[in-house]
Design a binder for this molecule. Structure first.
Ligand SMILES: [Zn+2]
Length: 301
């Protein structure tokens, strides 16, 4: 045998075994899956987990990434979005990494994906029972704004003692005339636990209620997993006479596709100070545009 041929073969075999499928070792993946099952069994309850190290800094989506890596199989199709955008640096890098360690195909089409990992948005298109939405969570504790002690928030959850949270909302209304919480709007899951839905806009909160899809929340730095199983009641905290409401964009529409029925990002031109609006969900915006172009082509024929 030639030495160089042997070395090349050896390197090739070693390279293909550089990582376990989906990077995390099987025992750690099994632990994460067990914790996911527990989270699904107790909707809205934060389940502690070991949160192994990943080659990504904590706070950059390690919680979501661990859920995705422990669930993904060779047949899955992955979509990753960050603030609604498929093309942001964070989303592209996470997608590249998962692609590299699993070989699964990736997509930007919400309908095609089987697993969608996201930060700060839920896709505009309705998701189905065959899909899983994995949310990256920076701060899993909804009660942290009113209580700094972890032991105390655990007790409050255990006893469903949420009076401080209601008091916080009441004071907010007294101060500002309405509830001023934008993202991370607290919700009650299945009539029991108050849950932080991660920093999604209020616009996305109604999509969690009685949905077809399984929502999984992973906080890597804080080592917590929680879930909203399909067909679960998810109710934003509100008073009978001070109702929860989503953001509105009066008289505004997306400058690209013209839609006024999606969540819009406000873009301010620094030089002129002019404000323009664009769909936050870029793949949905692309789809509407493509449909409009198709219509135009048909009407020309
Ligand atoms: Zn648009």
């Amino acid at each position: 045998m030639r030495l160089n041929a042997w070395l090349q073969d050896h390197r090739r075999v070693k390279k293909s075994r550089d990582y376990n499928f989906a990077f995390i070792n099987e025992a750690a993946k099994r632990e994460i899956r067990r914790k996911i099952l527990k989270a699904v069994a107790i909707p809205g309850y934060q389940v502690p987990f070991a949160s192994p190290e990943l080659p990504v800094a904590r706070g950059w989506g390690t919680g979501g990434l661990q859920l995705t890596l422990s669930l993904i199989g060779p047949e899955d199709i992955l979509k990753v979005i960050d603030q609604g955008c498929d093309g942001s640096v964070n989303a592209v890098n996470i997608k590249k990494f998962v692609g590299q360690v699993t070989g699964v195909s990736t997509t930007t089409d919400t309908r095609q994906a089987t697993i969608i990992q996201t930060r700060h948005r839920i896709p505009e298109e309705a998701m189905t029972r065959d899909q899983i939405l994995v949310l990256q969570v920076p701060f899993p504790e909804a009660l942290r704004t009113v209580e700094p002690s972890e032991a105390e928030t655990r007790r409050m959850h255990g006893e469903a003692d949420y009076s401080q949270m209601w008091l916080y909302l009441y004071e907010d209304i007294v101060k500002y005339g309405e509830i001023s919480i934008g993202a991370r709007y607290p919700v009650t899951v299945n009539g029991r636990y108050i849950m932080d839905p991660s920093p999604i806009p209020r616009w996305d909160i109604p999509k969690l209620h009685l949905a077809e899809t399984l929502f999984l929340f992973g906080a890597g730095r804080e080592k917590r997993i929680y879930a909203i199983p399909p067909h679960t009641r998810v109710e934003p905290l509100e008073f009978e006479d001070e109702k929860f409401r989503v953001e509105d964009f009066p008289g505004q529409a997306c400058q690209r596709c013209g839609s006024s029925a999606t969540f819009l990002d406000e873009i301010i031109d620094e030089a002129s100070g002019a404000r323009t609006y664009l769909c936050s969900d870029t793949s949905h915006c692309d789809k509407i545009l493509a449909q409009q172009e198709e219509k135009e082509v048909r009407s020309c024929k």
